[in-house]
Ligand binder design. Structure first.
Ligand code: ZN
Length: 620
């Protein structure tokens, strides 16, 4: 839900965590108002500074009240709180667009200082979609995006001929093992949900591109890429390089899983060579494959011998105890404890008597110290890891609370999620021993590592080419290299080229398969998830090096290491005030984002996969 719009109040107030789930997003569209603003300061560098200062103050003001409305709405859903939240959301949206348009003008002024340029660019490029000033365009764009989102929300599929919701369809893709039923759910979801969206999506691209051009961008995709402190070309080169680094590991994983699917389903369903049938991978979009770990698990090493949920229950942990334990991870690194209000105001368990949004998220309601999490915590392994992740957002938010409002954000779109994920990676057996949950004699032996790593890779590594293509497809759509007559073929081609997967049934241009993925009709950018996956391993490796860890990377714990905490804080405290390579350097010592730490983490698995794949014709 953390939209690219750094000026969206909801985006600033909370960090939600969803690559697959479909939370209700705040309005993604921003309208360019036709009316000019009165009493603009003179078009000088000094005038620009005044404009930025006034905009920042105004946005902070509306965010301070808007974030409360959003919190109350998320933790007490009624018609009234819906309306309150929409009310402030609309105000923020209108202000966002007004300031984006004005910032584009101010950027033309010669002699601006770097800080003012940075803030103007944040204001100008922070929108997800911009409408042009053409009369009626803003309203039309708003109508279209609302229709697209609600079409996704109302999307249905069929299972054994019976109509089911999108949520059920998604879950069934993970549990069904009958190829005929899988194909039915896949096809009906893609066709019922995606197909009708194509005319609207096509029109949306036209309008949004016109809006981006008015703000001075080549197209909407270029506007999105502009938030990375580099040119769109440099961005694409970085994006391609990272995928290339991970490609050998992905190919080995693909090869191994294909063999297992071939053994389970036979060559008529899944041939031993070529691409994988997309619906057999346990996920509607073949984006994460952990749900079919049972099919891929090597014999004997799949069971690691303990379950964190069982350990917690045995020690009598409550959900609050779990959060206290997560907090202790951060205080052990030297971060100050969470404020008393965190414990008074957070929603840690599901309230008994009202509707709430349970999807885990972390909030900073006053942009200073009013940190909160919102979860419906259960005493189990997943939630224990999620707590460590969510608190990462909170500690990040507090670390940069001295920054001006516009800089109170992650260093780039990937950083916020990467921090939480990096700490979550640290929930290793060694850490569980250190906090007294696991007896040292119960630490699983090294021969269990392959199972652990394979399970993780089926989610984290399998995800990379998928995450890459979601925006790759949109960049082509927005820059015109993929015309509407090729929308679907381009999607199918990208999935085959990078993921090595094919649809279970023939597709045509009557279809609009991209629309069957939430983030496309929802207009949520995806590159942040790609970078977050890469960065989390880079952060993890840096922390383990600082802590002097000597064993295999995936076993490392840096719990209690104050030097790690000091360096981490140096990065977090920068917020978005500097180009992101500066932030990266502050913690890791390098300015270059790299896939190598992720490869090192999975190196034992990659070696094992190569053995398993010997004699196989890998690739597709
Ligand atoms: Zn998150």
């Amino acid at each position: 839900m953390r939209l690219a719009a750094s000026i969206s109040l909801t985006a600033l107030a909370l960090a939600a965590c969803a690559t697959t789930a479909a939370p209700t997003p705040p309005a993604a569209v921003v309208e360019v108002p036709a009316a000019a603003t009165p009493a603009a300061p003179a078009l000088t560098p000094e005038g620009a500074r005044e404009f930025v200062a006034a905009a920042e103050k105004d946005l902070e003001g509306v965010s301070l009240i808007g974030s409360r409305a959003a919190w109350v709405n998320a933790t007490y859903i009624t018609d009234d709180t819906d309306m309150l939240n929409r009310y402030f959301g609309t105000i923020a949206t209108e202000k966002g667009v007004k300031y984006a348009t004005e910032a584009a003008k101010w950027l033309q002024v010669p002699g601006l200082d770097p800080d003012t340029v940075r803030k103007l660019n944040l204001l100008r490029g922070g929108l997800t979609l911009a409408a042009p000033t053409t009369p009626g365009a803003a309203a039309e764009l708003n109508d279209i995006t609302t229709r697209l989102q609600s079409a996704y929300g109302k999307g249905r599929a069929k299972h054994n001929g019976k109509v089911i919701t999108g949520e059920d369809a998604e879950a069934l893709m993970g549990t069904l093992r009958d190829p005929r039923q899988l194909a039915e759910v896949w096809q009906t979801w893609h066709e019922t949900t995606g197909r009708p969206m194509k005319p609207d999506y096509t029109r949306m691209v036209e309008i949004a591109n016109a809006g981006a051009k008015e703000l001075g961008y080549a197209d909407t995709g270029a506007m999105w890429r502009s938030q990375y402190d580099m040119s769109p070309e440099q961005f694409s080169a970085m994006y391609d390089r990272l995928l290339g680094e991970l490609d050998p590991l992905y190919k080995q994983l693909h090869c191994y899983v294909r063999t297992k699917l071939n053994q389970k389903y036979g060559s008529a369903i899944q041939p031993a060579t070529g691409p994988i049938r997309a619906d057999l991978l346990g996920n509607m979009w073949a984006q994460e494959w952990g749900n079919v770990y049972d099919i891929a698990a090597p014999k004997g090493t799949g069971d690691i011998g303990y379950d964190i949920g069982d350990l917690l229950k045995k020690k009598g942990y409550t959900p609050v105890d779990m959060v206290k334990t997560g907090e202790r991870f951060y205080t052990s690194l030297g971060f100050p404890a969470l404020p008393e209000t965190f414990w008074q105001r957070s929603q840690i368990v599901r309230p008994r008597d009202r509707d709430v949004i349970c999807h885990a998220s972390a909030w900073d309601v006053d942009f200073k110290d009013d940190l909160r999490i919102k979860m419906c915590t259960k005493v189990n392994s997943d939630d224990f890891v999620t707590i460590h992740h969510e608190l990462g957002h909170n500690f990040y938010q507090r670390a940069y609370n001295q920054q001006p409002f516009l800089y109170q954000n992650g260093a780039n779109g990937g950083f916020h999620e990467a921090i939480g994920d990096f700490i979550a990676l640290s929930v290793t057996p060694e850490y569980l021993v250190q906090i007294g949950l696991l007896d040292r004699s119960k630490v699983p032996s090294a021969d269990k590592d392959i199972g652990l790593l394979l399970r993780q890779a089926m989610d984290k590594v399998a995800f990379m080419p998928f995450a890459y293509i979601v925006d790759k497809w949109r960049y082509g759509v927005f820059d015109g290299s993929t015309p509407p007559a090729k929308y679907n073929q381009a999607w199918v081609d990208l999935k085959q080229q990078y993921q090595g997967v094919v649809p279970p049934v023939p597709r045509s241009e009557a279809d609009f398969d991209p629309g069957a993925k939430f983030h496309i009709p929802g207009n949520t950018t995806y590159e942040r998830y790609f970078f977050a996956r890469v960065l989390q391993f880079q952060f993890y490796k840096a922390a383990c090096d600082m802590a002097g860890w000597k064993g295999p990377l995936h076993r490392c714990s840096f719990y209690g290491n104050k030097e790690v905490g000091r360096r981490l804080n140096a990065m977090l405290a920068m917020g978005a005030s500097h180009p992101w390579p500066d932030a990266l350097e502050a913690f890791t010592g390098t300015r270059e984002i790299s896939g190598k730490p992720m490869l090192e983490y999975f190196a034992p698995l990659q070696a094992w996969l190569q053995q398993q794949n010997q004699g196989k014709q890998c690739g597709w």
